[in-house]
Design a protein around this ligand. Structure first.
Ligand SMILES: *Cc1c(COP(=O)(O)O)cnc(C)c1O
Length: 384
């Protein structure tokens, strides 16, 4: 049976995986080694040094490539290390057009590290794809897309952006952390690079920090592999193993994240003390039609603003929540609540944040896979 014809729910378990060659171990062993014996100089079995390649990491990289419908996967020590490798494809003077409502750490990496090295960034609201073209010039090399966006849950039309990228011969990279390949596969929609913080849904258990990239093009893969090895931000064998284990249940977890997300979104939308709820599953959401088209379901990420939009009301709610843990991050089995203005998005200047809707009263939920009744009861006691 050809690997490529497997359905997603089988690829998560079998994609790119074979029983281990040494003893037939069904799960890839954690090859906790830096180096490999050679019979003669250069006489090795495909592995020389674990920065260049490690069998457990290779197993994860093959899994990533499989679930994203790509040909090549690369695993890094964090999501940001994966983004760092993509931007290192560029040279001083090159420019990037990026989603404006973006993961705070990505914004910080672009503005505070790569701008110092002469790379220019334009942050653009991409819900109207026409806006992107206004910022494309002869120096533009890359479009960076995050969808759904974090934390505003805006939806960007990946196929439409891809058309634009191809017209101008630009690379298109999509941060697929929020959606995961269960919901959308950007390479199928024309993207060149898919990026993941595997720390989130792919790992799924809040026990590891890992990043990933997936591409189809062999030359692009070779360039990224060169950067991965030359810069060295690889992930270790133990972390690779944990993410591989997480991916095996990705489809089952995502199904429940989506069901619970829907239940919580509906509850919040009907609550008299809630002003606004951001979730792409609402028909009233401006990106709903695109989301319906490019995503299988709407995910478990929801943002909302309590009535009156006061900072104090938001803080009171997140502090009162008991089953939802107040914490950074998302995508684990347990439900988390966050306050973007003071947590994940604190590194973005207030004026810049608020332009995109990240007001002081905004609360972001990563809805976990507990019983939805318990989650709603917790929100009920916190909101009052
Ligand atoms: C967490 C996150 C990142 C960064 O990943 P790390 O693994 O924390 O380095 C990038 N993009 C999104 C959307 C994220 O949620």
């Amino acid at each position: 049976m050809s690997e490529k014809t497997l359905k997603f729910n089988s690829k998560t378990i079998h994609g790119g995986q074979q029983p281990d060659k040494a003893y037939g171990a069904v799960m890839p062993p954690i090859y906790q080694t830096s180096t490999y014996a050679q019979s003669t100089p250069g006489g090795h079995q495909g592995f020389e040094y674990s920065r260049s390649a490690n069998p457990t990491r290779t197993a994860l990289e093959n899994s990533l490539a499989s679930i994203e419908n790509g040909n090549f996967g690369l695993a890094f020590g964090s999501g940001l290390a994966a983004i760092d490798a993509v931007i290192k494809l560029l040279n001083p003077g090159d420019e990037v057009v990026s989603t404006n409502d973006l993961y705070g750490g990505s914004y910080r990496l672009f503005k505070q590290i790569f701008e110092r090295f002469g790379i220019g960034f334009h942050f653009v609201g991409m819900q109207a794809v026409g806006e992107i073209e206004k910022h494309i010039n002869k120096n533009t090399k890359l479009i960076w897309v995050e969808t759904p966006t974090n934390p505003m849950m805006n939806i960007i039309d990946i196929a439409a952006v891809s058309k634009l990228a191809k017209k101008h011969e630009l690379l298109l990279a999509v941060d697929n952390t929020f959606a995961t390949p269960y919901l959308q596969t950007p390479l199928d929609l024309g993207a060149d690079i898919v990026m993941h913080s595997a720390t989130k849904y792919l790992g799924g258990h809040s026990d590891v920090v890992v990043g990933g990239l997936v591409v189809r093009d062999k030359d692009l893969a070779a360039k990224l592999y060169f950067i991965q090895n030359a810069s060295g931000a690889v992930c270790g064998p133990m972390d690779s193993f944990l993410v591989l284990r997480g991916i095996k249940t990705l489809h089952v977890r995502m199904q429940r994240h989506c069901e619970n997300g829907r239940a919580v979104a509906m509850y919040l939308a009907s609550h008299p003390k809630i002003e606004k709820v951001y979730w792409p599953g609402f028909e009233s959401h401006p990106g709903h039609a695109i989301a319906k088209n490019q995503m299988k379901d709407f995910g478990g990420m929801i943002s909302f603003v309590p009535k009156g939009s006061s900072y104090e009301a938001a803080i009171e709610i997140v502090e009162k929540l008991a089953l939802f843990t107040l914490a950074e991050s998302l995508g684990g089995v347990e439900s988390l609540a966050g306050h973007p203005a003071s947590m994940t998005h604190a590194s973005i200047p207030k004026a810049e944040r608020e332009k995109n809707g990240v007001v002081d009263a905004l609360i972001r939920l990563s809805v976990g896979i507990e019983d939805a009744t318990d989650l709603i009861a917790d929100l009920e006691q916190a909101i009052g």
